[in-house]
Write a protein that binds this ligand. Structure first.
Ligand SMILES: Nc1ncnc2c1ncn2[C@@H]1O[C@H](COP(=O)(O)OP(=O)(O)O)[C@@H](O)[C@H]1O
Ligand SMILES: [Mg+2]
Length: 337
């Protein structure tokens, strides 16, 4: 006699098309009925054609392993994803403020600033989550010291992981290793929209979004989908970074996202002998903020301790709150909340 667990165990090996997650943990298996035949009912919400057929054939294939090869019937109910009502960005249920952290260029410390800002909000008593929206170079989980994977509940909602008092989610985490390369244009848009709606964020004061560098599909989708409280732009002080920061500011202004201000990162290095070294120049962030008529939020020092803390998965504001970078980030967070 075949029991439900045997069927469930086999279904737990079937990945959702394009993902590494299996269909059980995705929460799309609605019913399993054992009788003269084995009936499996799936409910998926997608606009993508072919997903239903793919699922049916991979479930049928997987269930061939059942002893005695009983007849299998697979019913896939494909529903169109719920569209947000009306046009334009909407708020995320239960989330008071969504703050995006953006930059024109990669490697300027955007993720570092995003994680530390989130940790600073949490340290100030705010219920905080951080979402890594950088599909092509996710780093938030690493910087928060976790490799735990989120799972989906019965209703198909994704439950974020927790670390250092922060809820954590990563856009890239639900995709398999090959997907980012092929995920372009309309697919990025659809995936990003669905993702942001499908996470069970719970009740939050602040949701920090670590955006990918630049002004591409993901940034545009996010500003068109989610009503942002505002965006923080991270730059380093030198001209090449400032040029790109300017482009980012322009894009957000055009899409009516409030610019909360510019953070200048890696501004000056203080050597062990106390001497100051302005490796990427100085004052660029403040000058640019003035030129663009947006607030200047502050300048963070270049300090190996910041990098070491990030690599160790323990944001500096938590591991060394007395560090000048930590003090500055706490001050910036205080001004934003
Ligand atoms: N103020 C800083 N001092 C020292 N290292 C830093 C600082 N900010 C960032 N870093 C390091 O620089 C590297 C790039 O930072 P990251 O936050 O990943 O940049 P981005 O997200 O903009 O690509 C990381 O190794 C990070 O630890
Ligand atoms: Mg990054």
């Amino acid at each position: 006699m075949i029991d439900e667990k045997q069927v469930r165990d086999l279904l737990a090996k079937v990945p959702y098309p394009g993902f590494t997650r299996d269909i059980i943990s995705f929460g799309i298996v609605k019913a399993i009925t054992i009788g003269s035949e084995i009936k499996v009912q799936l409910v998926v919400s997608t606009n993508e054609t072919g997903v239903g057929a793919k699922l049916r054939s991979s479930v049928e294939q997987a269930l061939k392993e059942l002893p005695g090869k009983p007849p299998i019937s697979v019913l896939v109910d494909v529903q169109a994803p719920v569209q947000s009502s009306g046009q334009g960005p909407t708020s995320i249920e239960g989330v008071r403020r969504v703050i995006a952290v953006a930059s024109g260029k990669g490697g300027v410390g955007k993720s570092t600033v995003a994680v530390n800002l989130a940790a600073a909000f949490a340290a100030q008593g705010l219920k905080t989550a951080i979402c890594d929206c950088d599909l092509y170079g996710p780093s938030i989980a690493l910087m928060c010291g976790t490799s735990e994977r989120p799972y989906a509940d019965e209703a198909g909602k994704i439950i974020p992981v927790e670390s250092h008092g922060l809820k954590l989610m990563s856009l890239g985490l639900m995709l398999d290793d090959d997907s980012p390369a092929i995920l372009r244009g309309p697919m990025v848009t659809r995936y990003t929209q669905q993702f942001l709606r499908d996470v069970a964020w719970g009740d939050l004061d602040v949701l920090v979004l670590d955006l990918p560098p630049g002004t591409g599909d993901i940034q545009l989708t996010i500003v068109q989908t989610v009503a942002l409280y505002g965006v923080v732009i991270v730059t380093t002080p030198q001209e090449v970074a400032l040029i790109d920061a300017r482009k980012a500011v322009t894009m957000f202004k055009k899409t009516n996202v409030p610019i909360l201000g510019i953070v200048e990162n890696m501004a000056c290095f203080i050597a062990p002998d106390g001497s100051r070294h302005e490796i990427f120049g100085s004052g660029g962030g403040a000058r640019e903020a003035e030129r663009l008529q947006v607030p200047f939020l502050g300048s963070l020092p270049l300090d190996p301790a910041v990098r070491i803390a990030a690599d160790a998965g323990f944001p500096i504001v938590l591991s060394d709150p007395a560090n000048p970078a930590s003090l500055k980030i706490m001050e910036i967070a205080g001004n934003l909340s």
